[in-house]
Design a protein around this ligand. Structure first.
Ligand SMILES: [Fe+2]
Ligand SMILES: [Fe+2]
Length: 313
């Protein structure tokens, strides 16, 4: 299993994994460093100089590696030696892993707690760095798992909020956490329904279209969540023209955070593979968002997202 060298922390004391390198073109791996000899800062420098960004571990070691990364995540995110986009990539990977676990278990306390922790780290990291949104888009995964989508929507929500002038760290954290939770109503919907490539039956469609309401019900009694976060969950499928769901409210009746979440939600959905469509090219998706401005989506926010996404590194 490939691991980014950006996750390795020479000063950590809890390393007990063998590291491998790929040998030549063949699908063969040779031992680079056994667990008794932890990697040093010098080793990392040499690897970076050679343009090596990945090493490998045995598949059986995946759990120990994940524990290691969680343990060292805070320090890794501060490490100026590692390019910011690589650090965000690791943060995104850990976010996905954590969400996958809590979504699978379906335990709401853990899901909320994990989302708050990862939302805090994401908002904190993105407010300290100045990343180009296109680079973030290129780095992210674009598959159709709900945990991947939620982690993507989290980064995008913070970038859009920043573009709209939000710089308060607490506000960005609120938005990041709300984004991680926006689809919790999908937890429990059978995988076969979520990934069905054919037309949904009326009852399956109802199940899917209920997810904002189900999510809202699951979270609405939690004192640690704000009204804006709950509206990200409840209103991200409403449309400005009142043709969305679940309540068909429109315009300013939709909370600003609900409107913000709607844009990055549809952007990520269309630029990712879905069982019923291949991912579309980013330009095609931005054109679509532009057409939807003022109809389905908030036009000022779409304009902002287009300008964020048009910047090149
Ligand atoms: Fe949704
Ligand atoms: Fe979504």
């Amino acid at each position: 299993m490939a691991i980014p060298i950006a996750t390795l922390n020479p000063s950590s004391e809890c390393w007990d994994l063998n590291l491998f390198q790929r040998s030549g073109d063949a699908n063969e791996f040779v031992l680079y460093r056994s667990s008794e000899y932890p990697i040093t800062e010098e080793d990392l420098e040499k690897l970076r100089d050679r343009g090596t960004t990945k090493l490998y571990i045995a598949a059986d070691d995946q759990q120990s590696y994940q524990d290691y990364v969680r343990e060292n995540l805070g320090e890794m995110l501060q490490n100026e030696q590692v390019p910011p986009i690589e650090r965000l990539s690791v943060l995104n990977q850990v976010t996905q892993d954590n969400l996958r676990e809590t979504f699978d278990e379906g335990e709401m306390n853990d899901t909320v707690e994990t989302s708050r922790e990862m939302g805090r780290l994401t908002a904190d990291f993105l407010s300290r760095t100045d990343l180009v949104a296109q680079d973030v888009f290129t780095m992210l995964n674009h598959d159709f798992h709900t945990f991947t989508h939620s982690a993507n929507v989290c980064s995008y929500s913070v970038l859009l909020a920043q573009g709209l002038g939000v710089s308060d760290r607490d506000k960005l954290e609120e938005i990041a956490t709300g984004a991680l939770l926006h689809d919790v109503g999908k937890i429990g919907i059978p995988w076969s329904v979520l990934t069905k490539p054919d037309r949904l039956t009326p009852s399956e469609r109802e199940m899917i279209q209920n997810h904002p309401t189900v999510g809202f019900r699951r979270l609405c009694r939690r004192k640690e969540l704000s009204w804006g976060q709950l509206m990200m969950v409840y209103q991200h499928h409403e449309r400005i023209d009142g043709e969305g769901y679940p309540v068909r409210i429109g315009g300013d009746e939709i909370h600003p955070l609900g409107r913000l979440c709607a844009i990055v939600d549809v952007f990520d959905a269309l630029t990712s593979d879905r069982p019923y469509h291949r991912r579309r090219h980013i330009n095609e998706v931005l054109e679509y968002l532009d057409r939807e401005a003022g109809r389905g989506l908030d036009s000022g926010m779409v304009k902002c997202w287009m300008s964020i996404m048009s910047k090149k590194s």
